[in-house]
Ligand binder design. Sequence first.
Ligand SMILES: [Zn+2]
Length: 156
Amino acid sequence: MARNLFYSKSTGMYNDWHRNIQDDTFKQLDIDVVEYSECKRCKKKHIHFIAETAYFKGNLYKNTEITRMVAQDMGVTAYLIFYQPISNNAVKTTDAQIKELGYDPSLMFNVAKIDHLKSNYGYKFKEFSAYEWVMFLKDLRTCYKCSSLECTKWQK
Ligand SMILES: [Zn+2]
């Protein structure tokens, strides 16, 4: 129905096609992030969390109903992640700097866990620098114990 065309930029040909279906009961949402890793030993993939992301424009609010439902049905953690450039960001981070650091330091994040919530209210945000968020993502991988048959045998 070409609704919200002023507000939503194209997110791909299929999504554009779906948006043009002339029936308002046809609804669809992109899950922005599925954060996962692969076990080094057995190659089994594990989902750490799913997330809804948004550019921070002064308001830490976003409807997360469907993302929360998906997380609850899947039994995975879900986050709402607002990102924004760090204040003195006039100079763009170079590829060389990113290579040296191992990540792009130019963004910061406000992150709220949402999978336990029953509504779009009660978000408790925590601020993360790019470094802190990378460390958080790294910790998820460090702490995760692979649950495959092969690897649980190995752990005994
Ligand atoms: Zn494994």
